[in-house]
Design a binder for this molecule. Sequence first.
Ligand SMILES: Nc1ncnc2c1ncn2[C@@H]1O[C@H](COP(=O)(O)OP(=O)(O)OP(=O)(O)O)[C@@H](O)[C@H]1O
Length: 315
Amino acid sequence: MTEMIKVSGLAKHFGPIRAVDGISFAVARGEVLGFLGPNGAGKSTTMKMITGFLEPTGGSAEVCGFDVGRQPIEVKRRIGYLPEGAPAYGDMTPLGFLGFCADVRGLKGADRKAKIEAAIDRTTLGGVLYQPIDTLSKGFKRRVGLAQALLHDPEVLVLDEPTDGLDPNQKHEVRTLIGSMAKDKAIIISTHILEEVDALCSRAVVIAGGQIVADGTPAELEARSRLHNAVTVRLKKSALPAARKALADIPGAAGLEEGDGTLTVLAQRRKTILPAVSQALRDADIAADEIRLERGRLDEVFRDITNPKKTGEQG
Ligand SMILES: Nc1ncnc2c1ncn2[C@@H]1O[C@H](COP(=O)(O)OP(=O)(O)OP(=O)(O)O)[C@@H](O)[C@H]1O
């Protein structure tokens, strides 16, 4: 596993505010790391330090083996950054802006032309190349920001809320684009959207109050959910009382919850209860409309681990 991004004890304090408070993690080639956290958790500040836009108060960040503080040019050559809100020069056209970015990056001649064309292609900007960026829709503005980040085909991408404010189709397009690039790059995206983590990320780091509170695959995080391995049974209302009785004493169960026409049998950690639930219903001659095994819910886990006042069952 090649580590492309390595963050060690990184910290940023703004006076008394500990925006980032000593975080460490690494991202390998082929990984899409989802950076998750509530507002003000420190996601953007961390990204600004990894990309060299903000100097850390403590700790260090490395990109492709180069230290962000000591070797900033080497780092900037290898990194593409979409800052929060995808800022660009509004009176430039996308073509003018990408040309400007190519010049700043020192691209020349045929290589410059080919890289601009490739970035336009990947972000489907062809139809708006000559329209001032200020007059573009939010979705197209975001694509201009992405095109700028991809322009030099960097090995590392840091994308701050790349799908924020986009409509569902645009979100899907941007996710597909990021997914298509994942194989040979290391990518960090920050997001509030948990389904994005499921759809796109191989790993999620959850940050709250400037500190890492969870780090694992989406499946590992879902396994920390109260609902992980629970079984939900949908029934006709008339069958509910009998089902409640039949499901009251399942081996390995941790409780029974009732929803609208559903009963959910919670499972004790690492216990499989689906066969026993099906058997109990059969034994009582109860026909269920649906029996569903729950994977666990990322949103529930996220709320639990980022809200210290609430105590959830955590592994
Ligand atoms: N330049 C600054 N001066 C003072 N405080 C700052 C500065 N930049 C960020 N902060 C504070 O640092 C904390 C972390 O902010 P940051 O923008 O990194 O959070 P975030 O996780 O990206 O939040 P969001 O999801 O809302 O974008 C917040 O309390 C914020 O107010």
